[in-house]
Design a protein around this ligand. Structure first.
Ligand code: NAI
Length: 248
């Protein structure tokens, strides 16, 4: 790594204990960002913090349920106290359900909206306020999905939440453009993580992907790095699809 693309920037990354969020946090730190990593899984989160510190990066970990407003307020306060500013917010945490219509209860439906869409909404609400107050410009990246673009059978609740993330991104992008805060969504295809059942769990799916393979967390992290950096300074309200052609 020669050039550090996020030098002097501070980033919050949610759901950073595992999978895509962990990879994004490590890549952002490698690129010079000071990172605030958050998750409900404190033990695994600590391993992300240690991995970043081992390679000389700066990170703090905070236990945080993205669906809880008070948790967001605490994350924002601690970020300002520790690093004095916020430039990048990456809303990544989410949960999945593969239950079909008949099996999905209203409670389960609402739980998924609460974590995936309300969690993203709260992040934008509090994150944008701290960016405005401390940095004067910044980038918010919301993690939607291929499931926010096209339907697949089953998991109606998950699709509802990811469709909401896609359109709230565009609305917020228009609202925040005057404040120089860019807001974009990332749409991963099938990526090898616990959520997708890992490499073996979803291997059959690679046949349905035009590139005939699953993606890796780093494939999404590189896209997030572009949207976080000043290289994308004229990009807002856009959708970055990283899926091996799955939704093409
Ligand atoms: P993962 O399940 O490996 O990691 C998700 C992380 O979020 C976990 O560390 C978990 O503890 C955390 N989390 C769950 N609920 C939380 C809450 N209420 N508050 C804070 N943290 C919470 O998932 P993965 O695959 O890394 O997914 C990351 C993002 O990418 C998600 O938004 C997911 O919907 C999206 N995505 C993933 C795809 C895939 O194939 N893996 C495909 C399309 C989108």
């Amino acid at each position: 790594m020669t050039e550090k693309r996020l030098e002097n920037k501070v980033a919050i990354i949610t759901g950073a204990a595992n999978g895509i969020g962990r990879e994004e946090a490590i890549l952002f730190a490698e690129n010079g960002a000071k990172v605030v990593v958050t998750d409900i899984n404190e033990e695994a989160l600590q391993k992300t913090v240690e991995a970043i510190r081992m390679q000389g990066g700066e990170a703090i970990g905070i236990r945080h349920d993205v669906s809880v407003e008070e948790d967001w307020q605490e994350v924002i306060l601690k970020t300002e106290a520790e690093f004095g500013q916020l430039d990048i917010l990456l809303n990544n945490a989410a949960i999945l359900s593969r239950n079909g219509l008949a099996e999905t209860t209203v409670d389960e439906f609402l739980k998924i909206q609460s974590v995936n869409s309300a969690g993203t909404f709260l992040g934008m609400k509090y994150g944008a306020a701290l960016i405005k107050k401390t940095s004067g410009k910044g980038s918010i990246i919301n993690t939607s999905s291929g499931s926010g673009l096209v339907g697949t059978p089953g998991s109606t609740a998950y699709h509802a939440s990811k469709g909401a993330v896609r359109l709230m991104t565009k609305s917020a992008a228009l609202e925040l453009a005057k404040d120089f805060i860019r807001v974009n969504s990332i749409h991963p295809g099938v990526i090898e993580t616990a959520m997708s059942g890992g490499k073996d769990g979803k291997h059959f799916l690679s046949e349905k992907i035009p590139m005939k393979c699953l993606g890796k967390p780093i494939d999404i992290a590189y896209g997030a790095l572009y949207l976080a950096s000043d290289e994308s300074r004229f990009v807002t309200g856009s959708e970055l699809i990283i899926d091996g052609g799955y939704t093409a």
